[in-house]
Write a protein that binds this ligand. Structure first.
Ligand code: ARG
Length: 600
């Protein structure tokens, strides 16, 4: 008897519990059809369910079923050819005692050549999917990160330097990752690792003491401090003594000299005030502001620990950690005793692990710092910090402007605040053209303008360079935030229309009808996988792409069929499906850090 027949014959005895899809594994927010199918076929064939699940495909054409499994890979294990296997699975599916339960989710199993095609029971599927989304409101997602802590180091601009468009990317990507992990139930700790320490403060103090003016400083602090910084560099080209003086001031600062400290504090306070204004508009919050200076008191001890681990060397008076032939050594302390960016990052990583015992730590920092993080992780690895395997640099590409109006000329930094203001102004104009009657115009303009900037940043995989094209980012029909916000608002208004014509939407009742919505409801069912995938890849764009697809599928449906007709049941079922789309778009936008809008 061939192995397959043997297994198939024994199948009736191996069913210890009835196969109730609701009891398989933990409760998923979505209805996990693939897993249900895999478990069922696994019972019939004794092939590992994980293997089966990984092979399940979506057929190119719905006539071939909602799912299909190619049987080629089972041939060796079952000692039969794929066509035979498919046929046998079909037969056994109907003859086995799976009978009653399969009727629930799997309607039909059909062998077609070497494939098994599987047809779901649409009524039950639609009902389950929508119910999970609407009635249970995404519950179940939080199980993935339960009990786990993730630290996210993001934004981290530099004191006394303008908040440039470059730091925008870190801010937006980090903020979205935070929301994604939060949604998955992780304990998320967002840290702003402000650049508030280092030799540049020696330069700033020198410049301020030489040329500074208090009134100008209070007027526009960051702009003014930055101009002092630029002036310092220009002057230092002629007068190298300035560099020496700056070094002395930084050394004083590190030793806690009161004058140095008080100037430094002033610079920090003023800059931070400006940064916080931007965060507020972007709706970004941090659990902690722990800048580089925070670790300054820990540096001696950190260096001591590194030296004790036996991996350091003195080279030309400086303390270094050699890292092999491929990576340049890490410089921990200069000849003059001053510490460096990486010294503070080492202290920070160790501190964060001791304090938060994180399961994952992400550094959302542009790709030019890839080498820095390689060195950082390598030093920690050499120190035998096992947890370094859970630390990741999350790099991203460069951002630039398409047209002249805001291009970077040398020494001319693009201020994020100017970009935000311009986007919001443009948004206001566009909205006024489209819908002059709209309530709360300013609020909507702010949400649309900021949403446009954020979405433009998150719509493509983060490692790609992005171009800021003013003509594109507010396009109502493009791949934009406003397209999604508009779709969301459109559904809200449809729901209102329905309620005006009939009565308050009865969600539970609406779930019963409307099988023609099936393919599009299946798409909603992918949301859970999409969010998980984006968390695994630290990639918010997976959510953005999905939302664009979902919205365009919805909109093309909307353009083809009328939603509210004289047929109550049909209208209700469509409205219920639409409101599930609305929930998913809203949740998705929120995970990107964008506000969903009810009316626009
Ligand atoms: N302030 C740094 C910069 O602007 C980014 C800091 C990133 N975080 C870190 N832990 N190194 O380049």
């Amino acid at each position: 008897m061939c192995k397959l027949t043997e297994i198939l014959n024994s199948v009736n005895f191996c069913l210890e519990k009835p196969l109730n899809p609701k009891n398989i594994g933990k409760r998923d927010m979505k209805v996990n059809f693939k897993r249900n199918i895999a478990e069922t076929i696994s019972l019939l064939t004794k092939i590992e369910k994980e293997k089966i699940e990984s092979l399940i495909e979506i057929p190119p054409n719905p006539e071939l079923g909602d799912y299909a499994i190619p049987c080629f890979q089972f041939a060796r294990e079952l000692r039969a050819n794929p066509v035979e296997i498919a046929k046998n699975i079909e037969d056994s599916f109907y003859s086995s005692s799976l009978e009653n339960e399969r009727a629930k989710v799997i309607q039909k199993v059909e062998a077609k050549g070497p494939y098994i095609n599987i047809f779901l029971n649409r009524e039950i599927s639609i009902n389950d999917i929508l119910k999970n989304l609407i009635v249970h409101n995404f519950s179940g997602m939080e199980k993935y990160g339960k009990g786990k802590t993730v630290v996210i180091d993001y934004s981290s601009p530099n004191i006394a330097k303008p908040f440039g468009i470059g730091h925008l990317r870190s801010t937006v990507i980090g903020n979205s990752l935070k929301k994604i992990f939060n949604f998955l139930g992780y304990n998320v700790i967002g840290i702003n690792h402000l650049g508030d320490w280092g030799t540049q403060f020696g330069k700033l103090i020198t410049a301020y003491k030489k040329w500074g003016d208090e009134k100008e400083l209070d007027n526009e602090p960051v702009k003014y401090l930055y101009s002092l910084y630029v002036k310092f560099h220009k002057e230092a080209e002629q007068d190298p003594e300035l560099e020496e003086e700056a070094r002395r001031w930084f050394a004083k600062l590190e030793k806690g000299d009161p004058e140095a400290i008080s100037l430094w504090e002033k610079f920090c306070k003023l800059s931070l005030g400006e940064f916080k204004r931007i965060y507020k508009r972007l709706n970004v919050e941090f659990e902690y502001y722990m800048g580089e200076s925070f670790y300054s008191p820990m540096l001696d001890q950190t260096i001591e620990e590194i030296v004790k681990s036996g991996i350091t060397k003195i080279s030309e008076g400086a303390l270094i950690v050699p890292l092999g032939d491929d990576i340049p050594p890490a410089l921990l302390r200069k000849k003059d005793g001053s510490t460096l960016y990486i010294t503070r990052d080492l202290a920070a990583a160790i501190y964060r692990y001791n304090r938060f015992k994180f399961d994952l730590m992400l550094y959302v920092v542009g790709s030019p710092q890839a080498l820095h993080f390689k060195q950082l992780f390598k030093v920690l690895d050499k120190m035998s910090k096992k947890w370094v395997k859970n630390c990741h640099h999350v790099p991203f590409g460069h951002i630039s402007f398409e047209n002249e109006s805001m291009s970077t000329r040398k020494g001319n930094i693009i201020l994020l605040e100017d970009v935000i203001n311009r986007a919001v102004d443009l948004a206001r104009k566009t909205i006024e053209e489209k819908n002059p009657e709209i309530a709360e115009k300013d609020k909507v303009a702010e949400a649309v303008g900021i949403g446009a900037i954020i979405f433009n940043d998150l719509k493509n995989s983060r490692i790609k360079d992005i171009v800021f094209d003013w003509n594109e980012i507010l396009n109502f029909n493009g791949e934009t935030g406003v397209y999604l916000q508009y779709t969301h608002a459109r559904i809200t208004s449809l729901m209102k229309k329905f309620e005006a014509k009939y009565e308050k939407i009865k969600f539970e009742e609406g779930l019963k009808y409307g099988q023609e919505l099936f393919p599009f409801v299946m798409k909603l069912n992918d949301f859970e996988d999409v969010v998980l995938k984006s968390s695994e890849n630290f990639e918010p764009s997976i959510i953005s792409r999905y939302l664009l697809d979902l919205a365009s599928e919805f909109n093309s449906y909307y353009n083809r069929y009328r939603f509210i007709t004289e047929d109550y049941k049909q209208s209700l079922s469509k409205i219920v499906a639409a409101s599930a789309v609305k929930s998913v778009i809203k949740k998705g936008l929120n995970l990107l850090g964008i506000e969903a809008i009810e009316e626009m």
